[in-house]
Design a protein around this ligand. Structure first.
Ligand code: SF4
Length: 324
């Protein structure tokens, strides 16, 4: 049942044989040339104008630039009280957070290191590189016990092996990049939009879209992953002048990918979400309005939940009481 004779074939290294999962991923992240959109050369300037229009009356009142990443956009869009609480707290590393950071470093090294390494070798190289950086994550990792570091090493090596088994090996001809930074200055730098793309393949051909932005997710799928990528599509358009062709979230645990084709409707919805969120961020900074409470899944872990009436009502309903 379902067995096939083993075929011996001479593959060139540029076209390695793929597992069925790798082939499925490749089929989903590659948009045929005849389906790629060609955009107007004025698109970049139009989007910049639209984003600046919304905040033109507020921006002169701030002294320090407002830095906006996908995290701030998501936080202020979900609950403004929670956003303000998070902004006021100092950041602390926790063991589960390190997993994604080390995994991303492994993928970066796997693209740029030669000769190729095994998953456990890459994890060791990544850990050494991060621990030598001298930043907060380095100190956190150095202070862990040997057993805690070994557990992280084992978890990331397993994740990485799943990634290698399910994501197609990156070819040089695909122009892959990792940790590609993008920064956009609005109002001559009073507002800075920024992001860093986990992985990209392909590139535009003059005004025709061709780049695919891929976020590598080591946790579960949540709806705001789509919004994060749409914001990245906006950044890419504002920096390069041509939108990406596709946006992809690759869920490493499951080895599956969710893909969205970029078009003008998608860019329009990203412009609206971004400009309205940036306006709210400015209003909150200028204390022009009180932060709004918006109950959602975030109430489950929100540190303000105990004293929050809408949050408690949402949690009661979500936990069963009052649900029909
Ligand atoms: S409990 Fe929910 S509604 Fe209340 S502040 Fe936290 S996230 Fe906002």
């Amino acid at each position: 049942m379902g067995t096939t004779k083993k075929k011996f074939r001479t593959e060139s290294p540029a076209n390695p044989p793929l597992t069925p999962a790798q082939q499925t991923t490749l089929n989903l992240i590659r948009l045929p040339a005849n389906e790629r959109t060609t955009y107007n050369s004025t698109l970049r300037a139009q989007i910049q104008l639209e984003l600046e229009k919304e905040t033109v009356n507020l921006v002169d009142q701030i002294d320090e630039p407002l830095w906006v990443s996908k995290r701030q956009l998501q936080a202020v869009t979900s609950c403004e009280v929670l956003y303000e609480k998070q902004e006021g707290e100092s950041f602390e590393w926790k063991i589960p957070m390190t997993r994604g950071q080390i995994f991303h470093k492994c993928v970066e090294l796997s693209v740029h290191l030669s000769p190729t390494r095994t998953a456990p070798e890459l994890v060791d190289e990544a850990l050494t590189s991060i621990m030598n950086r001298g930043d907060g994550l380095a100190s956190f990792l150095v202070e862990l016990t040997d057993i805690e570091r070994a557990e992280i090493r084992s978890e990331v090596a397993s994740l990485l092996q799943t990634y290698f088994d399910t994501f197609p090996p990156l070819q040089n001809s695909w122009s892959p990049t990792t940790e590609l930074p993008r920064k956009v200055l609005l109002h001559r730098g009073k507002i800075v939009l920024q992001g860093r793309f986990d992985l990209t393949v392909g590139r535009p051909d003059e005004l025709t879209a061709g780049r695919v932005l891929i976020e590598l997710k080591t946790g579960r799928a949540v709806p705001h992953h789509l919004d994060d990528l749409r914001f990245y599509a906006l950044l890419e358009t504002l920096v390069v002048g041509v939108p990406p062709a596709l946006l992809a979230s690759f869920y490493v645990d499951a080895g599956t990918v969710q893909v969205e084709v970029v078009d003008e409707d998608l860019l329009r919805s990203a412009i609206q979400r971004t400009s309205s969120a940036v306006k709210r961020l400015l209003q909150l900074r200028l204390k022009e309005r009180d932060p709004e409470r918006r109950a959602s899944g975030s109430c489950r872990w929100c540190p303000a939940a105990t004293d929050c009436q809408p949050g408690q009502a949402w949690l009661e309903e979500a936990n069963g009481s009052g649900v029909w």
